[in-house]
Design a protein around this ligand. Sequence first.
Ligand SMILES: *Cc1c(COP(=O)(O)O)cnc(C)c1O
Length: 506
Amino acid sequence: MQEAYGRIRSSVTTTFQTAPTLPTPAQLSTARSSLPSSTAITYLTSHGPQATLNHLLTDIAPGLNGQNRSSRYWGFVTGGTLPIAEVADNLVSAYDQNVSVHLPGQTIVTEVEDAALKMLVELLGLGNAEDWEGRTLTTGATASNVLGLGCGREGVVGAKLARLSSSSSASPEHEGVGELGLLNACLKARIMDIQVLTSMGHSSLSKAASIVGLGRASVKELPHSADQPWRLDLDAVEKELQREGVASIIAVSAGEVNTGRFATTGLEDMQRLRSIADRHGAWIHVDGAFGIFARLLPQTEEFAQLHQYAAGLELADSITVDGHKLLNVPYDLGIFFTRKASTLTNVCKNPNAAYLPSGGGTSDIQSPLDVGIENSRRFRALPVYTVLMSEGRDGITEMLTRMVCLARRIAAVVKESEDYILLPDEASLEDTHIIVLFRAKDDELNKVLVDTINTSCKWYVGGTKWRGQTAVRLAVANWRVDVEVDLAMVKSSLAMIAQNHRRNSR
Ligand SMILES: *Cc1c(COP(=O)(O)O)cnc(C)c1O
């Protein structure tokens, strides 16, 4: 087996030197036809480790895309995996720890997770770890948004109950949604509806709303204007908060997934949100999956605009952050913070399991199964802990800076080109974070642009719609980014695509 692992390593290493962004159609079809057929006589027979390994290396691996192994896979916001994080991830499988209960006498895992979480609070400039005593690692930003709306639901109903019965001695944990259920708790609190107020909230926010029982229809878009739909209309929010019998969770998109833009324009917006939320018992959840990392860019003129947009996010009640995107740790790694540990335990408590030892000790570390969605959990903290230790603040800042620089240089190429238009509306470069949105001026070319780029296998982009029109969405998120080399490739490729189109349409 030792030898087998060696072969996997060297195979992966050699493939990545020439990694295309997509497998060829032939590689995909070989991989597909190698999958077991339920009618074959060998179906579910033992192939043994050696033959199976050969199958993985010769059939399956070539059918995978280059999202981690190429610096030019710019679809979605995928991130990559730093080599040291990959090592840590292999260690996680080798030791296969179950990080569900805090057992300080038996394993260090929960303490590693908490150390990573505390470093993340500091890294992101959110204040002190004690200000975020509800903290956990999740499977990704979607799971963090589920926790965010779960905690928000608990928070807004709790606030209303507290107002109604300021004399009552019942503690929220016996009265809240987690204990009573949404219907009973809302009846008691005289709440007819809970709404989620946002501007271009990520699709996973609606999914989270469904999962926690609020419903996708509870998500209400309050765009600032047709020109800046990612911006939250604070006047409209204030009006919504005044509705009788309706409780509200404000979900701040930081940033928006098509454009990378921010729902708030600076500290003053967040301060105003905080004060109206407090006045009306609303909850503020920040979805900062990738946008929050703008706070780590150097404090220079170049990045001043982004720093301003991302200012004040620490005023939220709960925050979603993704680790498997810009932080370049492997899937699945999301981060969730909320102010009070009790909010999280009210939602996630795994009660009355006599066979589970209670964590205990005198530390402030809670058993992860009481503050997160899963009971049995992977030691997903190790890769993120490892990246924080290996790169430190400066290394992470340097990596993020390279991503933003490439995105801006590409945006500049698009802006200067006669064939393409930078969106939204000739966006300014100072507003560009890691996402570049653009389209071809020629409608016919625009229709096929994403496919033309992707079938070149030199770079890969995502397709999206902006104002009803097809657009290219390029998201830079991999540590491998080489600004000069990648830029030169994009520049010549874009020029070539436009030139070919002109020639062919004559
Ligand atoms: C990617 C993303 C999500 C969903 O994150 P997953 O890690 O894919 O679960 C949520 N919100 C925003 C803003 C995102 O960019």
